[in-house]
Structure formats: structure tokens, C-alpha cells
Design a protein around this ligand. Structure first.
Ligand code: FES
Ligand code: FES
Length: 187
């Protein structure tokens, strides 16, 4: 069997959880496969591999991104954060704590993607981004209350086969409330 022409491969430097990794990858390699198969960061899960389930969600420059739809070569120069990188040392991220305390998972397969999405959802909401569930989308209206309906809409790209949605919504609400309280104390 002949090997693939070298023109289909490139060296790419990925910055993942603050560390730079230089890899030679086939141009067709997804960010998801590069993370899991080349960097052993298996926290990010492969569910559908076609952008439908959210299991592979990571943060790219702070925004959520389904890594099965992004080519690794297109992620060069971006700050990628996987679920392995959201805690600070031994201190879990508040979203991770909320998922643990409120049982926001069952089998846990979707959980890394849910957590990465939730982190970005809370920031998107705090920045005033509306969702399809937002009644008043005028900028002057400010962020809408983060109701269960808002959370369900904003998290709707992350499926959970175990149906742990009730606790997931509670965990996102808890983490968002904790974030607001912390901001008020700091102000
Ligand atoms: S594995 Fe990427 S969205 Fe399902
Ligand atoms: S906890 Fe099992 S798929 Fe969500």
C-alpha cells in the first residue's frame, strides 16, 4: 500500500489548556481526533462525529465549539480549552462543582461537553447575548433572567442520552448564580 502524499500533511501547533503541542497531521484530521488520538486528552468525547450531539464541545478562544466539525489545522493560533483544563489546580471549576453537587450526570459520557458548553453559556448570558428563548432582545433590555427555559434553549446543542436534563439545568443555574454573587462581592 502506498503512503499518502506528504502534501496532505502539515505541522500544526495547537495551544491546549495553556500548553503548546506541535503535531504533523493529515489535513482532514479533526480537532476532536487530534485531542483524543494524538494528545491523549480523552475527556472530550466523540458521540455522533457530525456536529449533532455536543459531546465533543471544547472552548476555542473562550467560545464553545464542536471539535468534530473543526479541522485541527484550522485551530492553530487559537486558545483551546478542554474539560481537562477548566479546573484551577485541585480546585474544580464552579460549573464542575455544581454538576457534582446536583448530580448533573448519569453515565457521564456527555458531561465534559455539557460542562464546556455551560461555562460558555454563563459567560454569553452575562455578556447580554440573547437566545431564541429571549422575549426582549433589545440591547438596552440587558441580559434576560436565566430561567430554566433560557438554560434549556442555550444548552440545546448538548444531548444527554441518559436524560439527566433536569439536574443539568439546575447545575447551570446554580453555577450562574454563584458567578453573579461572586461578581457582586468583588465589585
Ligand atoms: S461528536 Fe461532535 S457533535 Fe457529536
Ligand atoms: S449522563 Fe449519560 S449521556 Fe448524559
Amino acid at each position: 500500500m502506498s503512503s499518502a502524499p506528504s502534501s496532505t500533511y502539515s505541522a500544526v501547533t495547537l495551544t491546549v489548556n495553556g500548553e503548546k503541542h506541535t503535531l504533523t497531521v493529515d489535513h482532514r484530521t479533526t480537532l476532536l481526533d487530534a485531542l483524543r488520538e494524538r494528545l491523549d486528552l480523552t475527556g472530550t468525547k466523540k458521540g455522533c462525529d457530525q456536529g449533532q450531539c455536543g459531546a465533543c464541545t471544547v472552548l476555542v478562544d473562550g467560545r464553545r465549539n464542536v471539535s468534530c466539525l473543526q479541522l485541527a489545522v484550522a485551530a492553530e493560533g487559537r486558545e483551546i480549552t478542554t474539560v481537562e483544563g477548566v479546573a484551577e489546580g485541585d480546585r474544580l471549576h464552579p460549573v464542575q462543582e455544581a454538576f457534582l453537587e446536583l448530580d448533573g450526570y448519569q453515565c457521564g459520557y456527555c458531561t465534559p461537553g455539557q460542562i464546556c458548553s455551560a461555562i460558555a453559556v454563563i459567560e454569553e448570558h452575562a455578556a447580554g447575548w440573547p437566545s431564541a428563548a429571549t422575549d426582549d432582545v433589545r440591547p438596552e433590555a440587558g441580559p434576560p433572567p436565566l430561567t430554566p427555559e433560557e438554560i434549556r434553549e442555550r444548552m440545546s446543542g448538548n444531548l444527554c442520552r441518559c436524560g439527566a436534563y433536569v439536574a443539568i439545568v439546575e447545575a447551570v443555574a446554580r453555577a450562574a448564580a454563584d458567578r453573579s454573587a461572586a461578581k457582586e462581592v468583588a465589585a
